[in-house]
Design a protein around this ligand. Structure first.
Ligand code: 3AM
Length: 177
């Protein structure tokens, strides 16, 4: 079985800017440089045959490079029990269209549509139940503003769940042009 997701990899300078705002929340597991990505679509566990079909379907996606800007931060989870911290990607026509194109490719592989709205973000930390308060970090990081940058490929990732957090491998890379 393969645990798959489709994501964009921010360039090195952007990852550096993101890493600069990591810290200051006790019990937060900050993402390593390797783990930073913007998920276009989580797929989940599929067998070898479906994984191959997905890789081929994604190879048929034709899309121009996408421009992304990051603005501000947020958290997922309930107010009393947040479970992740992230940087917000501003919605853009390119990003929305690429998401739609990927969704279409997956539908052709009989992957059920994702019922959740696409909330483009880059996860920065996962929070344990015992993590300290996040309000100060949210306030201090609210001004995050990363000017538009261009992404020229998207990736199919395989995720391996580990005790120290997930390890992500790029299973395939698809050029945007
Ligand atoms: O982009 P992020 O880091 O928020 O949270 C998981 C991560 O997203 C998400 O897929 C990305 C790669 O692991 N994910 C994991 N399990 C999920 C699930 N069951 C999931 N998204 C939706 N449903």
């Amino acid at each position: 079985m393969h645990r798959l997701f489709v994501a964009l990899r921010p360039p090195g300078e952007v990852r550096e800017r993101l890493r600069a705002i990591m810290g200051g929340v006790p019990g937060a597991r900050w993402q390593s440089d390797d783990q930073l990505h913007l998920t276009l679509r989580f797929i989940g566990e599929v067998d070898d045959h479906v994984a191959e079909e997905i890789a081929l379907a994604l190879d048929r996606v034709r899309h121009a490079p996408v421009t992304i800007a990051l603005s501000g931060v947020g958290s997922f989870g309930s107010r009393g029990r947040p479970h992740s911290l992230w940087a917000r990607a501003l919605p853009s026509p390119g990003l929305g269209d690429l998401h739609t194109a990927v969704e279409g490719a997956l539908r052709r592989c009989s992957i059920a549509p994702d019922p959740r709205a696409f909330t483009p973000h880059i996860t920065l930390a996962r929070l344990a139940r015992t993590a300290g308060p996040i309000d100060r970090w949210l306030a201090e990081s609210a001004g995050l503003a990363i000017q538009p940058f261009t992404i020229e490929s998207f990736e199919l990732y395989e995720s391996e769940l580990g005790r120290e957090g997930s390890i992500y491998h790029v299973a395939a890379r698809y050029q945007l042009r």
